[in-house]
Design a protein around this ligand. Structure first.
Ligand SMILES: Cc1ncc(COP(=O)(O)O)c(C=O)c1O
Length: 396
């Protein structure tokens, strides 16, 4: 049967990582196992204490039905409120300011569906995680790109957004710590963004999926630390990267009540919440955050330092990223991002993602994720660097 897909589905591209995975699997079928700096999916296991909490909770039949609360278990929302207080020094009320989510991707999708009508404008960083733009398009909205340029510390220049666009915009997305650039937004910048959104009556959606993956003692801020931010902002959080729980699908949204309410109304008509045993395990994870997070950070920091030092020994002049497990690397002279990623794969068996996948302003970069699969990550980093030294003709 050749039944055409809905036009709205035809308007959107395939999810980019599906194609990259296909390419990698093809190489593996041909007997070559690339060193995989591709998808940002933690390679280490979920901490034991979280797995044990899940096993315990799953034995309790009261966790097996639908979570009929809609917003998430009260005790999960209380654990989130405690975490927000300890980590960011902000108060969020479990009553109406927090929504349990099936990871943060789901929340990002549904906040767009909750607010964007056909022809509405959404301000979207470029380069960026694809969901903001694709879902805007899917809703019939228009994504207006905000370039992330190295000279601006990969922060959108809000002053460069034309007034007519700002006036028409309904949502503004920020994502710090940032995928793919690894940049962090200082609190001053978040305050500027809150003020911009207040002035133009725009909802600020801050994607905080990487808030805990940070180095050298840095604690990236929450937009809710800005006084009055709840008037304009909602922030998406996730246990995925913090606790190596990408497959578990658990996170939350927190912020201004009307935005949380709209998200909740949208979600309740689409999904039926996160398995309650997972929410219970998430409580244990958040409550033991202080003991776990330094372990996770230390591991990525060692990889980051080795990888950046290796690239710099080949002629790059990179500053190590302050956060995320991504290293956003300008391509050497004479390359574009696709050409460089292809040469890396074909000549060095190193898989990295061409920056152009993340948007027009990602051209000129490739993204390496430090979430390398396999037994000895440091050895693989060393092998990748030496393959690049031996097989690429780098001229600076
Ligand atoms: C910037 C960003 N936001 C959100 C997500 C979604 O993560 P999750 O749905 O697992 O919380 C990702 C995943 O890679 C991401 O890179």
């Amino acid at each position: 049967m050749d039944i055409p897909q809905a036009q709205r589905l035809q308007r959107i591209p395939p999810y980019p990582f599906r194609e990259i995975n296909a390419l990698k699997n093809k190489m593996i079928d041909e007997g070559v196992e690339p060193i995989d700096f591709g998808i940002g999916d933690p390679d280490m296991p979920t901490p034991d204490f979280v797995i044990e909490a899940l096993a315990e909770a799953a034995k309790d039949p009261s966790t097996h039905p639908y979570d009929e609360t809609g917003f998430g278990l009260p005790e999960y929302k209380e654990a989130i409120a405690r975490f927000a207080q300890r980590r960011f020094g902000v108060q969020v009320s479990p009553e109406g300011e927090i929504q349990s989510c099936i990871g943060s991707k789901e929340a990002l999708v549904h906040i767009i569906w909750a607010y964007v009508d056909p022809s509405d404008v959404v301000l979207v960083p470029d380069p960026a995680y694809s969901v903001y733009k694709v879902q805007t398009t899917w809703c019939g909205g228009a994504a207006f790109p905000m370039p992330l340029r190295p000279e601006n510390g990969f922060l959108p220049d809000l002053g460069a957004i034309p007034r007519s666009v700002a006036r028409a915009a309904k949502l503004l997305f920020l994502n710090y710590p940032n995928n793919p650039t690894g940049a962090v937004a200082p609190l001053d910048y978040l305050a500027e963004a809150v003020e911009f959104c207040r002035r133009h009556e725009i909802i600020l959606v801050n994607d905080c999926a990487y808030s805990e993956v940070a180095y050298d003692g840095l604690q990236p801020p929450s937009v809710l630390q800005v006084p009055g931010a709840k008037d304009v902002a909602i922030e998406m959080h996730s246990l995925s990267k913090t606790f190596n729980m990408t497959g578990w699908r658990v996170g939350w949204a927190m912020g201004g009540k009307p935005f949380v309410e709209a998200l909740s109304r949208c979600k309740s008509n689409v999904d039926s919440g996160t398995f309650m045993a997972i929410q219970k395990a998430a409580i244990v994870a958040l409550d033991r955050y202080e003991e776990w997070v330094p372990v996770m950070q230390g591991e990525y920091q060692a990889r980051r330092d080795a990888f950046v030092a290796g690239l710099n020994s080949l002629g790059w002049k990179l500053e190590p990223p302050k956060a995320t497990f991504y290293v956003w690397v300008p391509v050497p002279p004479g390359y574009n991002s696709a050409r460089f990623a292809t040469d890396l794969l074909e000549h060095c068996q190193v898989l990295a993602i061409p920056g152009a996948v993340y948007g027009e302003y990602g051209e000129g970069f490739v993204r390496f994720s430090l979430t390398i699969k396999g037994p000895d990550r440091q050895a693989q980093i060393a092998q990748a660097i030496s393959a690049m030294r031996d097989n690429l003709k780098l001229t600076w």
